[in-house]
Ligand binder design. Sequence first.
Ligand code: 5GP
Length: 197
Amino acid sequence: MGRAARVFVISGPSGVGKGTLVSRVRDRRPDLGLAVSATTRPPREGEVPDVSYYFMTEERFMALVAEGAFVEWDGHFENRYGTLWSEVNSYLDEGRSVILEIDVKGALNVRKAIPNSVLLFVAPPSLEALEQRLRGRGTESEEKIALRLSRVAWEMDHASLYDATIVNDDLDVAVDQLEKLIERYETDGGTDQDGSH
Ligand code: 5GP
């Protein structure tokens, strides 16, 4: 059996290092697409429009919702975020797998919309390590950090619904694991699948 392009959803608590992990795997596999999400939140320092996110107004976002343009969308911290079908399909149409970096709730909604999507969870080695990374990032207020941490337990509880979990302790090991998982699901559909897709 050859390789088949798949949708990979990568989740994990904020600060766990998903972004670095994904970018390291894409260095090795430049064919892997990374879906850019749409959001109504303003850009942070250093973020690039149409690369980090499609930044848009509330009005534009809700017009796209009405058109059925989103695979899934949700609100977080008073802003809206969503994954566009056009973004996902642009890669699949080229026979390329695509990675969606979104939270647990969004991931479970993607699985409903795209049943053969693969859900991969990135876990921190410990909660203490995660808290340190969040503070070290220095982009958010203490209040926002506390809000994010309060969600971690809930997110970790849902890891068992995912197809696989990667513990991001040693980055090089985690990159290897993610690359191999992606290859496995592209090649044989994963061993726990029923073979119908
Ligand atoms: P941030 O504002 O820090 O970039 O992201 C805030 C939250 O929005 C994170 O939990 C992130 O995973 C989530 N998020 C980013 N893109 C999407 C998306 O396309 N859909 C959903 N449901 N959540 C998203």
